[in-house]
Write a protein that binds this ligand. Structure first.
Ligand SMILES: Nc1ncnc2c1ncn2[C@@H]1O[C@H](COP(=O)(O)OP(=O)(O)OP(=O)(O)O)[C@@H](O)[C@H]1O
Length: 780
């Protein structure tokens, strides 16, 4: 089965989705990698949305290799109303709309009957070139595929093109792959080719890549390895000569049962997406950091708001805000400073006080009451407080106050910036949110916060940093990149903040955090203040966190560490895998226009569910790691503004995001860890407001979570269904339950921890973890 794209028509006259076979050819229909057709409602018909739903980039939408038969066979997800349709066997796919440029395609596209796809569009216009695109020669070359459906020895030999000229996508694409071991054991694939291009502006150079898929359906073993890359991106000024371009390689044949895989950026990912690779640190840096790591990232985010009303816009605290005062607080560590009861006691300067009240803050939350004086006293802090209870202000306000008291260098241009505070968080959207909070509280002061994260244009990012930077909000990959480029110096760092600290110190990010504190110039832990915040803290992570903190750090726990927010009404529904979609539909129909986040475990599921809901006329958008940053931000903004009241998300949106009026969270798939569950449902019921969370529990796959779930439910005074107790009870001793498994403490781990979670250790939850790993590359 080949991947096929049909998009030679725009919307039909009434603009509505029409599922009849007759209209088939008149519609924008897209065949997914699992071989089903998806159509999109009129309002969804644009490249960004469609590409996002289909799990690959806009570029990939137009330049996508064939789908493998294997993934088609594996799929159990079926799109609605599609089964009646004939599979379209038409071999040639055309794209009459091209891809933005005005040049002529003079490439030597070739189509082989029965097995090829070709693009007859105009040339690909690169962005950033001076004077725009001028009909360059070359354009996007076609492909010739020799793959056949029986998986016999073949290959995919791309056409070759060379181009000269200005702007546009020059050079060519010649590609092929080698699939060493397909489902049938045949050897076929597509092999890398080469391209050459020259030109100024735009995307100069070409792509040289190879794809190697040696996966094995049964074991799920595979891997992607970046083979190489060469210079060629003219990032930054949007002008330059590209030679060579991108040379990458995909290797899907990792043969590592433990799930270790690498991932090369761009292109087609191969099959078995659910058990997709975990990104290595080096790969992540390559992806995020290197200018040479693939097609240039041109996205520049919209500027942050300038009007006061937007900067300080906020939502009201809820009816349960005052109940925060009843939550038990545990402060441990020597000589903890006394808590404050009001913001006045925080001793904030005029500007900060004004900004606090313009933000609608009347009285501090418990984590602020305790956290602010601890930080102001110069102590290191590990703080744990429930989701949505104001942890961000708890660290921002005392840091900014210290800067106002002691003075910081006013922002001025310099080729190297030396921030006094560095805040790191695991996702791009979260770090951006923290930056906006910092900017809000620093409003009218000389303190300049800056944000840096992956997925946006590096040249733009660097220019923003060089204008001046006192507080640097960063995701780890981009932070290391800027340090490596010599744009960020660490010697003046006084504060290092890890938000979502348990996530920043778990396997995925720990090496990056260790590298950061060991970076040249970074003050030792004795010389800086290190602050950690989260709603969850597994005890092993707490112990490791101590490496980053002074010996006498203070541990602050508001409520039960790892406990769910009690303002969220939690319902667990027993389901089987195949009834989930109907149940979701029923639920969303009942909730009307309530803003709802639907969490799924894989990016592919996110695409499917979002598409499914769109087809059911529920205005839905999605966010996950395969969407381009521009698309991710657009999705979030559409959701925030209520234009799309339903957001389907992977774990990328589970932590930290503070979105007004999210009344409802649905766990369409249960997460693989209880901490993840706590963060997900914490997207609702924030700041004293109430919310609801409905979770679909499939005993076949979710049993390992049952005991922890029971504990979290009862800890938050929720009804525990009888059947769940039974599942949890029977899980004991039968599913490899291990009482010495992963632990979370109700208190400071230095006291030895006081209650243990019954969540099995990671090795025993390997099945769901594999799926979770599929989304790992979307962190940062
Ligand atoms: N003292 C306060 N008074 C009123 N609103 C507040 C106060 N403190 C924080 N808020 C608001 O509460 C909301 C949640 O705060 P924040 O995002 O800092 O929570 P959090 O504890 O970091 O949550 P998460 O664990 O999900 O990251 C934000 O909209 C914030 O502006």
């Amino acid at each position: 089965m080949r991947f096929q794209i049909k998009r030679d028509q725009t919307t039909d006259s009434n603009g509505s989705a029409n599922h009849s076979l007759d209209s088939f050819k008149k519609k924008n229909l897209f065949k997914t990698r699992i071989g089903r057709y998806i159509d999109f409602p009129a309002h969804e018909q644009n490249d960004d949305v469609i590409a996002g739903h289909l799990s690959f980039s806009r570029e990939a939408l137009h330049a996508c290799p064939p789908a493998t038969g294997s993934s088609e066979k594996k799929s159990h997800l079926k799109l609605p109303n599609m089964d009646d349709w004939e599979e379209d066997q038409s071999p040639v796919v055309s794209c009459s709309s091209g891809f933005g440029g005005a040049g002529n395609d003079k490439s030597n596209s070739e189509g082989t009957e029965g097995s090829s796809w070709k693009m007859t569009g105009d040339s690909f216009r690169g962005r950033g070139g001076r004077g725009g695109s001028r009909g360059g020669r070359g354009g996007f070359s076609g492909f010739k595929s020799e793959i056949d459906e029986n998986g016999s020895d073949g290959g995919w030999n791309g056409g070759e093109s060379r181009g000269k000229g200005r702007g546009g996508f020059r050079g060519g694409f010649r590609s092929g792959s080698r699939d060493e071991n397909d489902e049938n054991g045949n050897d076929d694939g597509w092999k890398g080719g080469e391209s050459r291009g020259r030109g100024r502006g735009g995307f100069g150079g070409g792509f040289r890549g190879g794809f190697r898929d040696g996966g094995n359906e049964d074991t799920g073993r595979r891997g992607f390895g970046r083979e190489n890359n060469e210079n060629g991106n003219d990032e930054g000024e949007g002008r330059g000569r590209g030679r060579g371009g991108f040379r990458g390689g995909f290797r899907d044949g990792g043969g590592d049962e433990s799930g270790k895989r690498g991932f090369g950026r761009g292109g087609f990912r191969g099959r078995n997406e659910e058990v997709f690779s975990k990104v290595t640190t080096a790969d992540k840096l390559d992806q995020e950091g290197s200018e040479n790591a693939g097609p240039k990232v041109v996205y520049v985010p919209p500027p942050p708001p300038e009007e006061e009303s937007s900067i300080f816009s906020h939502y009201a605290t809820g009816i349960n805000f005052d109940k925060y005062d009843d939550i038990l607080v545990d402060v441990s560590g020597s000589n903890p400073p006394k808590a404050i009861m009001t913001f006045e006691e925080a001793g904030l300067c005029d500007s900060l006080s004004k900004n606090v009240s313009k933000s609608g803050y009347v009285k501090p939350t418990p984590v602020q009451k305790h956290g602010i004086p601890i930080i102001s006293a110069g102590r290191d802090l590990m703080a744990c407080a429930q989701t949505g209870s104001g942890k961000t202000a708890a660290f921002l306000l005392p840091i900014l106050q210290r800067f106002m008291t002691d003075g910081v260098a006013a922002s001025k241009f310099s080729e190297i910036q030396e921030p006094e505070a560095i805040i790191v968080a695991p996702t791009r959207e979260l770090i951006n949110q923290i930056y906006l909070e910092a900017r809000k509280f620093a409003y009218g002061t000389c303190v300049r916060p800056v944000v840096v994260y992956g997925g946006i244009n590096t040249g733009y990012t660097i220019r923003e940093v060089l204008k001046g930077c006192n507080v640097l909000c960063a995701t780890p990959g981009r932070l290391h990149d800027l340090i490596g480029r010599g744009k960020i110096g660490l010697s003046k760092v006084r504060y290092l903040v890890l938000d979502e600290a348990d996530r920043m110190l778990d396997m995925g990010f720990e090496p990056e955090m260790r590298k950061l504190v060991a970076s040249p110039g970074m003050p030792s832990k004795e010389e800086r203040q290190t602050l950690m915040f989260s709603a969850t803290y597994p005890e092993d992570i707490q112990r490791m966190a101590a490496d980053f903190l002074k010996v006498d750090y203070i541990f602050l726990a508001v409520g039960v560490v790892g406990g769910a927010c009690s303002d969220v009404e939690q319902t667990i529904v027993q389901v089987d895998q195949y009834s989930k979609r109907d149940q979701l539909l029923e639920l969303l129909r009942a909730t009307g226009n309530e803003r709802t986040m639907v969490f799924v475990e894989t990016k592919r599921s996110a695409d499917f569910i979002a598409t499914f809901l769109c087809q059911e006329k529920i205005s839905t958008t999605s966010i996950h790691g395969d969407r381009e940053q521009r698309e991710r931000e657009k999705a979030l903004s559409d959701f925030r503004l209520g234009q799309c009241p339903v957001l389907v998300a992977t774990s990328v949106a589970a932590r930290g995001l503070d979105i007004e009026q999210v009344q409802h969270v649905v766990n369409f798939d249960m997460p693989s860890s209880i901490d993840e569950y706590v963060h997900r449902i914490g997207r609702t019921g924030r700041c004293g407001n109430t919310g609801r969370a409905v979770s679909f529990f499939n005993p076949e796959s979710d049993t390992p979570l049952a005991r922890s779930l029971v504990k979290v439910l009862s800890g938050a005074q929720q009804v525990v269904p009888k059947w769940l107790e039974e599942v949890a009870f029977s899980a004991h001793g039968t599913t490899g339950f291990n009482p010495r498994g992963k632990v979370f403490a109700s208190t400071d781990s230095r006291k030895g921890g006081s209650f243990k979670s019954d969540e099995p250790p990671p090795s025993q939850t390997s099945a769901p973890s594999a799926a979770a790993a599929a989304d790992d590359e979307e962190w940062e």
